[in-house]
Ligand binder design. Structure first.
Ligand SMILES: Cc1cc2nc3c(=O)[nH]c(=O)nc-3n(C[C@H](O)[C@H](O)[C@H](O)COP(=O)(O)OP(=O)(O)OC[C@H]3O[C@@H](n4cnc5c(N)ncnc54)[C@H](O)[C@@H]3O)c2cc1C
Length: 457
């Protein structure tokens, strides 16, 4: 318990890890380069609109989320998505089609052709593939479910989750649960049925069945509540530049408002993005540094728009829509933010969050994105049958948005494990390990906590 732990980064992974360690009586210091906590979680309020520029919601896939909310005493701020949020649209031939969620709707939908529907019936009879780590999600889905299902279900879904390119993402690294269905049960349909029984026993929920949550004041409420609890243990504006090993102690050097300072620790938990960790650990292991630097984070522009409800022609009755690559639009999709959660827009107004770029189209951006934004707004307004001008607009450009678990990721992950094995005082975490969603990051924080305890015994 007297051992000193330093956590690098005060995003949700670092903060939640610190929370579990503190709760167990450990001595923790968090170093955060920014002047605020939250990392990818960024909420702003302006003109009566509540804008989440990072995650708009989380999925309650694990009981850990409730435990965290209870521990922080923010139950009164925790909210679930409105029922309308269950309905999702996908664009095909310039028409927004409801994504079918049950068999009856699937048979009726015009989103897929009859041929594609019949092809799906073959899925239980298709054999296992050999190499999941080196197989893209595109190859996996085309083989099991057919090309049309890839184009009009998985391609837009991958854009919605990873802002990713399905030809590049490794099925086993990026969608381990999906791959497991094939590996363990021999197919997706069989596996979904059997897997549901297993999850019921463990209390875990699949992403399709988990409830969507946020907070009355947006997603930043969670890191802010963690900050309130941990503020005496957090140093803000502290950009870590290097970690080196000195016998059994680790020396962490950081720049705090221009002053270089070094802390000693028995255990260092890094939750900074991989391209930052690459520099931090460069002096210790250049091969690790290369692996960390080779994880791709595509750029994403988040565009938030507010309109008077009266000018919107399309019914506001869903989560939003996703756009398959084949539809050749300038953006990936739009969340109907004020439909999903209450109090996201002033009375009588509706707000939307649009995503542009990602791994599918990083080349769209230039030094001046004004023309691109105008084109996106025009496309969006046409799809939503909007007859008036937006009353509110704000955007945020993420130069390095979301780590891609692309083919070849397994080599990086193997090296991370090897490095941790030979450096018992260092743990590598954050959203480039263990999954990118908020729920995954919270689950990873528990993994980091357990590993830390084991290492400090
Ligand atoms: C636009 C966008 C939309 C998203 N939408 C969703 C969604 O709807 N649902 C969902 O579940 N997930 C979503 N995600 C993913 C999810 O938000 C992130 O994966 C998650 O929040 C990452 O948390 P983290 O703590 O691992 O990393 P980060 O949030 O990146 O935190 C890392 C921290 O390290 C700090 N840091 C960096 N360098 C240093 C340094 N040298 N020294 C000290 N500290 C440093 C950073 O400032 C940051 O605070 C989205 C992400 C983005 C970008």
């Amino acid at each position: 318990m007297n051992k000193k732990i330093v956590i690098i980064g005060a995003g949700i992974t670092g903060l939640a890890t610190a929370h579990w360690l503190k709760k167990d009586g450990y001595n923790v210091t968090i170093l955060e380069s920014n002047s605020v906590v939250g990392g990818s979680m960024v909420t702003e309020k302006e003109n009566g609109y509540l804008i989440d520029f990072g995650p708009n919601s989380g999925l309650e896939t694990s009981p850990l989320i409730k435990t965290l909310v209870d521990d922080l005493e923010i139950k009164d701020k925790f909210i679930y998505a409105n029922k309308a949020g269950n309905k999702r649209y996908i664009l095909r031939d310039n028409i927004l089609h409801v994504l079918p969620m049950g068999l009856k709707d699937f048979i009726k939908t015009k989103l897929f052709s009859t041929k594609a529907k019949l092809r799906l019936a073959l899925e239980p009879f298709i054999g296992k593939s050999k190499d999941g780590f080196y197989q893209s999600i595109s190859d996996f889905v085309t083989r099991r479910l057919g090309r049309e299902f890839l184009d009009y279900a998985i391609n837009p879904f991958v854009a919605g989750v990873f802002a990713g390119d399905p030809d590049k993402l490794s099925v086993k690294s990026a969608f381990p649960k999906l791959y497991r269905l094939e590996e363990l049960y021999g197919g997706l349909i069989k596996g979904t049925i059997k897997g549901a029984r297993e999850r019921k026993k463990s209390g875990e929920k699949s992403k399709q069945n988990a409830a969507m949550f946020s907070f009355k004041d947006g997603m930043l409420s969670l890191p802010n509540a963690l900050y309130s609890e941990l503020q005496n243990d957090i140093i803000l504006n502290a950009a870590v530049t290097s970690v080196i090993k000195d016998e059994n102690i680790y020396k962490i050097t950081f720049n705090n408002n221009g002053v270089e300072t070094t802390l000693n620790a028995d255990l260092v938990i890094s939750t900074a993005p991989s391209y930052v960790a690459s520099n931090i650990f460069g002096k210790m292991d250049s091969e690790l540094s290369n692996h960390l630097n080779n994880i791709y984070y595509p750029p994403v522009l988040v565009l938030y728009l507010g309109y008077d409800k009266k000018v919107i022609g399309h019914p506001l009755d869903g989560f939003g829509f996703l756009i398959p690559s084949k539809e050749k639009k300038k953006f990936l999709g739009a969340l109907w933010s004020s439909v999903i959660f209450d109090d996201r827009a002033p009375d009588g107004k509706a707000s939307f969050t649009l995503f542009v770029g990602g791994a599918r189209s990083p080349e769209l951006f230039s030094d001046d994105n004004k023309k691109l934004i105008d084109e996106v707004v025009q496309e969006f307004e046409s799809l939503m049958r909007i007859s008036g001008k937006h009353e509110f607009m704000k955007s945020k450009f993420w130069n390095y948005a979301i780590p891609q678990y692309n083919i070849g990721y397994i080599e990086h992950a193997d090296y991370f494990a090897k490095f941790e094995e030979s450096n018992k005082g260092i743990l590598l975490g954050g959203n480039y390990t263990g999954g990118i969603s908020v729920g995954d990051c919270i689950k990873s924080s528990e993994v980091l906590f357990n590993k830390a305890k084991e290492r400090l015994l």
